[in-house]
Design a protein around this ligand. Structure first.
Ligand SMILES: [Zn+2]
Length: 119
């Protein structure tokens, strides 16, 4: 820990130009309008130093939106998202899954009864 004190003091006091930029006080901003295929218009504000992305997820409907109002990106095909539970259900029958859940609950209850505090 030799010299550690200096390092800590330096990071605390070091609210220099970097810190101001992070709070958005000094950095100039630019407003970019994105258009999605649902004709939503979303204005997103970026720092002028930031690289403006060509597409942005529409905050209203979640579809991809682009800066080109004439050519909004097409809505992507919705792929059914498989949760971990879905995979588990595929591998096991519902009865088995219920048994496993029951077993887990009983284990949980027995732990609580015994007074063990397991978090
Ligand atoms: Zn939209």
């Amino acid at each position: 820990m030799a010299g550690g004190g200096n390092a800590i003091r330096g990071s605390r006091v070091g609210a220099g130009p970097m810190g101001e930029a992070e709070r958005g006080e000094a950095a100039p901003r630019q407003a970019i309008t994105y258009f999605c295929s649902n004709t939503h218009r979303s204005v997103v504000t970026f720092s002028v130093e930031a690289t403006v992305p060509e597409s942005w997820d529409c905050p209203k409907c979640g579809l991809p939106a682009s800066v080109d109002s004439e050519n909004p990106p097409p809505a992507p095909k919705i792929e059914p998202y498989k949760t971990h539970l879905a995979y588990v259900k595929e591998r096991r029958s519902d009865k088995e899954a219920a048994d496993i859940l029951d077993e887990a609950l009983q284990l949980l209850r027995s732990r609580r009864k015994s007074g063990d505090l397991i978090f």
